[in-house]
Design a binder for this molecule. Structure first.
Ligand code: BES
Ligand code: ZN
Length: 618
């Protein structure tokens, strides 16, 4: 196993973060010692957070010790005490709580006497804490309650008073104590070194020895089993789901090995996956050492595993080199999408990765169309001050960011780009990166090396310009060209049934491309013929269903209604929910129907999803 590297001084960012109050204080945190009790009855986490400070002995220039200040982000936390030192019963610290801001929460400002090395906060979370989802047994695959966190972008502060800025990193250790009669059957996991077995007393210890930003703090508690895949990879899932998951993710070790070959050693020790219940609001979340994934990628045919490659790639782009603020989000996601597709090409060939690239570009054009071709929301560099980052982060960072790297690849060649990326990850490991610093670095290391490169790339158009710059390459997929031929046959009235033999070997990607290529206004009778031939409504593939349901809704194809309702009631993944509710709203009487489904489904959704959907369905 690769040795763990632990830098002595976690770097902090010099750029100011509009989504955190932490920069208002002079002190930065360095290490967290967390003790929390998990109470499924009260739906609270309660305990203490001890923060060790980065510069405990700060002195003034004259050599006189001086007071320092520490500012933490909090939102909806109930603070019970704030003490100096490492114990909750230490001397009281002088503190104030700032105004409540609906998005940012409240600043917790502390004035610290010279020489203060730590502060300890005793607190509890609100049952409605936005990062937390508390699930009833019926919302899981088993008979036990479940809890998980989702901290990105700025929700860590709803379960931990912290410096909730991606430019500030800390190490941590934690003790999690599960309360209640079922505690002996529940396992707790974090973005840290994790247990592999349930403890009879419900107490678990964790350690994260590499400095991470607060948005990568994660906790999950549930009836979970572990199955190893290799020395350093494995799967945690509910018992009823574990076998399907180990089948689906069988290539995880090969993905890690491919990623290391591309861009350098994996720095986090183990790389495990946790399969969550279906209400998880995202596809995946790159919590260090323990990626969280949605069960909607358990398609049974290993067709949706690029998501696992994506979260793995974040172990470099994002978790090692971290966007300094949410305005620089494309540095996390654009690199990660590019890296994800390189991993997939390495394992399954470039014809496979080409399909992903074409689908990604189709999504990008769709998003640009929705946002408007001249919208500043289509720039890579964002300006999210004063807004909820959760509303401002969109597909652009992912696919336009990836296309910028593909443009560079075309200009300098893959070997040179690979050397650049590998050095970039090594040079800025455990540090944060903002767009301006990245551009300077790129200029120096790559663009200046060859006359004319700077002009041909035209970074300004990419970073601060709208839509897609003219020099963006357009992907082609040989496998999709075969799909296009079938689409042409279908459009020239070849009966669907006659197309079955040609499509027998298609993956879900080909099917998604096929569905996206159909006329959006096909009448119900044609959809019925397609459904009879290809069984879309009965598919177990969530991506395919998400492409099929809008066609069915638009045509009023009633046989898909029950499957759509079931999907909306069980799946909490926002990427699927938003377009499906929108498609439902656009049908005759759609609002009433959407609202009725939403009323039933809402208790199953995480706050990340309901905050978007409430606005849509109000
Ligand atoms: N880090 C993101 C998820 C995220 C982004 C959470 C912004 C909160 C705010 C994760 O890596 C991601 O991108 N997930 C995607 C899947 C991916 C394959 C595009 C998702 O959840 O759909
Ligand atoms: Zn991502």
């Amino acid at each position: 196993m690769a040795p763990l590297s632990s830098p002595v001084h976690p770097a902090t960012s010099l750029v100011s973060d509009p989504h955190s109050y932490a920069g208002q204080g002079s002190q930065r945190v360095r290490h967290l010692r967390l003790h929390l009790a998990v109470d499924f009855v009260q739906r609270t986490l309660a305990g203490t957070a001890t923060w060790l400070l980065a510069e405990p002995t700060a002195t003034a220039t004259a050599g006189q010790p001086r007071e320092t200040s520490l500012v933490l982000d909090t939102r909806d936390l109930l603070l019970e005490s704030v003490s100096l030192g490492e114990a909750a019963d230490g001397p009281a610290a002088a503190y104030t709580l700032g105004e409540v801001d609906a998005v940012l929460g409240q600043a917790l400002r502390m004035q610290l006497p010279a020489g203060t090395a730590a502060v300890t906060i005793r607190y509890r979370t609100a049952p409605s804490a936005a990062a937390l989802q508390w699930l009833e047994p019926a919302q899981t695959a088993g008979e036990f309650p479940f809890l998980f966190t989702q901290s990105q972008a700025i929700l860590a502060r709803t379960w931990l008073p912290c410096q909730d800025s991606p430019g500030i990193r800390f190490t941590y250790d934690a003790t999690i104590e599960i309360l209640g009669p079922e505690r002996g059957q529940l396992l707790a996991l974090m973005s840290a070194e994790n247990p592999q077995h349930t403890a009879a007393d419900g107490r678990y210890q964790f350690r994260m020895g590499q400095p991470i930003p607060a948005y990568l703090m994660a906790l999950a508690v549930g009836r979970l089993d572990f199955a190893p895949l290799s020395e350093r990879t494995g799967i945690y899932a509910e018992p009823a789901t574990l076998a399907r998951a180990t089948y689906e993710f069988a290539d995880l070790e090969q993905m890690v090995a491919a990623a290391e070959q591309l861009y350098g050693a994996y720095k986090w020790g183990r790389h495990d996956l946790l399969v969550l219940p279906p209400s998880f609001p995202f596809g995946g979340m790159e919590n260090p050492r323990l990626t969280f994934v949605t069960p909607t990628i358990l398609s049974g045919d290993r067709s949706l595993t690029s998501l696992v490659a994506h979260e793995l790639a974040h172990s470099w782009s994002g978790n090692l080199v971290t966007n300094a603020t949410w305005n620089d989000f494309w540095l996390n996601e654009g690199f990660t999408v590019y890296f994800e597709r390189r991993i997939m090409a390495h394992l399954y060939g470039s014809t496979y990765a080409d399909m992903l690239q074409v689908l990604g570009e189709a999504d990008l054009h769709h998003t640009i169309g929705e946002l408007g071709a001249t919208s500043p929301a289509t720039h890579l560099q964002l300006h999210l001050a004063g807004r909820d980052p959760d509303d401002g982060l969109n597909d652009i960072a992912y696919e336009k960011g990836c296309l910028l790297l593909l443009t560079l690849e075309q200009l300098v060649g893959r070997p040179r780009l690979d050397t650049f990326i590998k050095e970039y990850f090594a040079r800025f490991s455990f540090q944060s990166m903002d767009t301006t610093t990245f551009i300077d670095y790129l200029q120096r290391e790559l663009l200046d090396s060859e006359p004319g490169l700077t002009e041909r790339l035209d970074l300004g158009a990419w970073v601060d310009g709208p839509g897609l710059p003219a020099n963006a390459p357009v992907a082609r997929s040989a496998r999709f060209e075969a799909v296009d031929a079938v689409l042409a046959q279908f459009n020239s009235r070849t009966p669907a049934a006659a197309l079955v033999p040609t499509t027998a070997e298609w993956s879900s990607h080909e099917w998604v491309h096929f569905l996206q290529g159909l006329s959006p206004t096909l009448p119900a009778a044609e959809l019925a013929a397609l459904d009879a031939a290809f069984h879309f409504t009965a598919s177990g593939n969530a991506e395919l269903l998400a492409a099929w349901f809008p066609l069915a809704l638009r045509a009023g194809y009633a046989p898909a209604d029950a499957a759509l309702t079931q999907f909306l009631l069980h799946v909490g993944r926002r990427k699927f929910l938003v377009p499906l509710y929108r498609a439902l709203l656009a049908t005759p009487n759609g609002r009433a129907r959407a609202q009725e489904i939403y009323r039933q489904a809402r208790p199953n959704y995480h706050s990340v999803a309901t905050s978007t959907l409430d606005a849509l369905l109000a």
